[in-house]
Design a protein around this ligand. Structure first.
Ligand code: PGA
Length: 253
């Protein structure tokens, strides 16, 4: 189902105590000030999931995501976190294949495919990230580059499985840089990705896919990005670390 979604990605920020305060503030502000039906997701560090999912348990709008998971189910993988562990601490969503994971931790298309498969099998909801680096943007072949990430990461899934996946387009040159894609640039990519999905899975599934934009989304640019017809919400990094700023982004959807 195509939903409006605003997801925060806290990355490696906030102690448990500070994270619990931030989450409580967001839950309260969203309850008091946001009356739409978008889903609000907090992508918190693994260590915070258990406590923060207890805070969101009473909220109809706010739920919790992990920022990564292992592609393996269990066993001798020191330092890794399995989907079963994530379920056991109340995660509903898992962000997969963020560009920082791909760039700094060697996650290939094949690995992000395996991770997505594992997340789906556990009945958790994947937020699959894609997006091009600056050199590809400047070289002009960015649409094909990101379409290939979808083909390689996702198109081996059945239509039924694919329809459970949320996709976040995050141009790497816009992440944490303050450089946002313009609404025209976001819409161009999102329309191209929806057409690419339609060519593989059919128009109905494409029309039902939630496509989020990420990369320097702030309270002062969220409204114009979210008003693009193929942008169904956002994946928000830096601006998700402040409750007022993040809530204003939620209210812009
Ligand atoms: P940013 O990060 O909003 O700080 O650019 C977005 C992301 O990486 O998900």
């Amino acid at each position: 189902m195509r939903h409006k979604i605003v997801a925060g990605n806290w990355k490696m920020n906030k102690s448990l105590e500070a994270g619990m305060s931030l989450a409580s503030e967001v839950i309260n502000m969203v309850a008091d000030e946001y009356h739409g039906n978008a889903q609000v997701v907090l992508g918190v560090p693994f260590t915070h999931l258990s406590a923060i999912s207890k805070l969101t348990a009473g909220s109809t709008k706010v739920s919790v995501a992990a920022q990564n998971c292992s592609q393996f189910l269990s066993g001798a993988y020191t330092g890794e976190i399995s989907v079963e562990m994530l379920q056991s601490v109340g995660a509903e969503w898992v962000i997969i294949g963020h560009s920082e994971r791909r760039e700094y931790f060697g996650e290939t298309d094949a690995i992000v495919h395996e991770k997505t498969k594992t997340v789906l099998a556990a009945n958790l909801k994947p937020i699959f990230c894609c997006g091009e680096p600056l050199a590809i943007r400047e070289g002009g072949d960015y649409l094909n580059y990101v379409k290939a990430q979808l083909t390689n990461g996702l198109f081996a899934f059945s239509a039924e499985d694919f329809s459970k996946i949320v996709i976040a387009y995050e141009p790497i040159w816009a992440i944490g840089t303050g450089l946002t894609a313009s609404p025209e640039q976001a819409q161009e990519m999102h329309a191209a990705l929806r057409a690419h999905i339609a060519a593989h899975y059919g128009q109905e599934i494409a029309d039902n896919t939630s496509l989020l934009y990420g990369g320097s989304v702030k309270a002062n640019n969220a409204k114009e990005l979210f008003s693009c017809p193929d942008v169904d919400g956002g994946l928000v990094g830096g601006a998700a670390l402040q409750s007022r700023e993040f809530t204003e982004i939620v209210k812009a959807i």
